[in-house]
Design a protein around this ligand. Structure first.
Ligand code: PLP
Length: 407
C-alpha cells in the first residue's frame, strides 16, 4: 500500500483567490452591466519591453537555423545572462557577486519553494506574517511544521509585520535557523533600510542562521538610500541567498525567467557541526531537477540590461509606481492609513474593519477588486492590498469609484 506524504494533509486549502473569484462572479451575475476593475492579484498588465521582444524574436530566428540552433543549455543559465546579471544587478551597486554564483531559473516561486530541500527537516524556520504563501506552504510540505491551529502552523516562528514595527519584523526572540525576508514586501509594500538589514545579517552571523532574501520587487525601489540587494550589506555573503525575478521588473510573468544568487562563502552545517558550502548543493539540486530556461527567453532577459532595455523597464515600472501613488493619494484623502506604493507596486491599507468586509464593500459599492489582507496571514486581518498592476485609466477610474462609494 502506497502511503502519501502526510504533511500535505496539513496544508490549508488556499481559498483566497478562489474565494475572491467566486465573490466577483456572484457580483457580476447580479450586476451584469457593472464593469469590475481588478486591483487584486499581482500579475502585470503591460506588454514586454520592445528591447526584450526584439531579442526574443532574434533568438527564435537563430533557432530556425542549423548554425544557430541550441539544444539543452547549461542548467545554471547561459554565461551571457549570468555575466550581465552579476555586472548590472550587483557589481554596479558595489555588491561582490560573480557570474558563477548566479543560477538562472524559470521563476522565483520555484526557487523560493525549492531551496528548503537543502536543509534539515528539523531546521527551525522563521517566516513573516503577513507573507507570500510559498515560503510557508513548502515548509509544511517538507514536514517542518506541526498542525494548523488558530490560524497558524505549530513549530513556525512567525515574524510579525505590523503597524507597530512599520511592517519590518523584529529579530526573533527564540533561536531560528532559516529566515525568510522579502523587501520590497509582498503584500505590504514596505521596504527595509540598510541599517535594518544589517541587523539581520549580523544576527545571522552570530547565530549561524541563514537568510533567504526575496527581492522579486527590487526594481521598484526609487529611494536611493534603500538597499537593492542583501549583498550590499557587509557580511551577507556568508549568511544569505537572494532571489530575483524578471516577472515584475520586465513583465515576464508569462515568459518565465528569474535567478537565485548563492555566494560561494554561504554556509550551513552538517551533523558534526562542520561548515558545508551551499553553492555546490544548490548546483547539484539544480542540475538534477532542472534543465535550464529556454535560449530565446534568456536572450530576452539579457536585453533588460541593454541601454534601451533599461530605459524601457524603468518606464514600465514608473507607470506602475504612478498608479500606486494615485491609489495611496485617494486612500489618504478618504482618511485611511496605508504603507507601500513608494518603492513597491502594492499599497497595504488599514481598513478599520474585517478584511473580507472591506473587500465586499469595495466590490459591491465600487465594483473594485482588492485582496483581503487576512489571506496573507493573521497579521493581515483588518487590511486590504491594492495592486498597481493595471492601466492608469483603470486605476484612476477605480479610485474615483472608491472615493464616491466611501465618502
Ligand atoms: N516572490 C514574491 C514575493 C512574489 O510576490 C512573487 C510573485 O508574485 C514571486 C516571488 C514569484 O515570482 P516568479 O514569477 O518569478 O515565480
Amino acid at each position: 500500500m502506497l502511503k502519501i506524504n502526510e504533511h500535505y494533509l496539513k496544508l490549508q486549502a488556499s481559498y483566497l483567490f478562489s474565494d475572491i473569484a467566486k465573490r466577483v462572479a456572484a457580483f457580476q451575475a447580479a450586476n451584469p452591466e457593472r464593469e469590475v476593475i481588478k486591483l487584486g492579484i499581482g500579475d502585470v498588465t503591460n506588454p514586454l519591453p520592445q528591447a526584450c521582444i526584439q531579442a526574443f524574436h532574434k533568438a527564435v530566428d537563430e533557432m530556425a537555423t542549423t548554425s544557430g540552433f541550441r539544444g539543452y543549455g547549461p542548467e545554471q543559465g547561459y554565461d551571457f545572462l549570468r555575466e550581465a546579471i552579476a555586472k548590472n544587478d550587483f557589481q554596479a551597486r558595489g555588491a561582490d557577486i560573480q557570474a558563477d554564483e548566479v543560477f538562472v531559473s524559470d521563476g522565483a516561486k520555484c526557487d523560493t519553494g525549492n531551496i528548503q530541500e537543502l536543509f534539515a527537516t528539523d531546521a527551525k524556520i522563521a517566516i513573516p506574517d503577513p507573507v507570500y504563501p510559498v515560503y510557508l506552504d513548502t515548509n509544511v510540505m517538507a514536514g517542518r511544521t506541526g498542525a494548523f491551529k488558530d490560524g497558524r502552523y505549530e513549530g513556525i516562528v512567525y515574524l510579525e509585520s505590523t503597524k507597530a514595527n512599520n511592517f519590518v519584523p523584529e529579530l526573533p526572540k527564540e533561536p531560528v535557523d532559516l529566515i525568510y525576508l522579502c523587501f520590497p514586501n509582498n503584500p505590504t509594500g514596505s521596504t527595509i533600510t540598510r541599517e535594518q538589514l544589517k541587523l539581520w545579517v549580523d544576527y545571522a552571523q552570530s547565530t549561524r542562521a541563514l537568510i533567504l532574501f526575496d527581492a522579486a520587487y527590487e526594481a521598484f525601489i526609487r529611494d536611493p538610500k534603500l538597499p537593492h540587494s542583501i549583498f550590499e550589506i557587509e557580511g551577507a555573503r556568508e549568511v544569505a541567498i537572494e532571489f530575483r525575478s524578471y516577472s515584475k521588473s520586465a513583465g515576464f510573468t508569462g515568459t518565465r525567467c528569474a535567478y537565485t544568487v548563492v555566494p560561494r562563502e554561504c554556509m550551513a552545517f552538517d551533523a558534526s557541526g562542520n561548515k558545508q558550502a551551499i553553492h555546490p548543493l544548490w548546483n547539484r539540486r539544480h542540475c538534477t531537477k532542472f534543465n535550464g530556461v529556454s535560449y530565446p527567453v534568456q536572450r530576452a532577459a539579457e536585453a533588460v540590461y541593454s541601454e534601451a532595455g533599461k530605459a524601457q523597464c524603468t518606464a514600465l515600472i514608473d507607470g506602475y509606481l504612478n498608479n500606486a501613488k494615485i491609489i495611496g493619494k485617494a486612500m489618504a484623502e478618504l482618511g485611511y492609513g496605508y504603507v507601500g506604493g513608494d518603492n513597491a507596486p502594492y499599497v497595504w491599507i488599514e481598513g478599520d474593519q474585517d478584511s473580507w468586509a472591506f473587500f465586499d464593500l469595495l466590490l459591491n459599492k465600487a465594483g473594485v477588486v482588492c485582496t483581503p489582507g487576512a489571506g496573507f496571514g493573521k497579521c493581515g486581518q483588518g487590511y486590504i492590498r491594492l495592486s498597481a498592476f493595471n492601466s492608469e485609466a483603470n486605476v484612476v477610474k477605480a479610485m474615483e469609484r472608491i472615493k464616491e462609494a466611501l465618502k
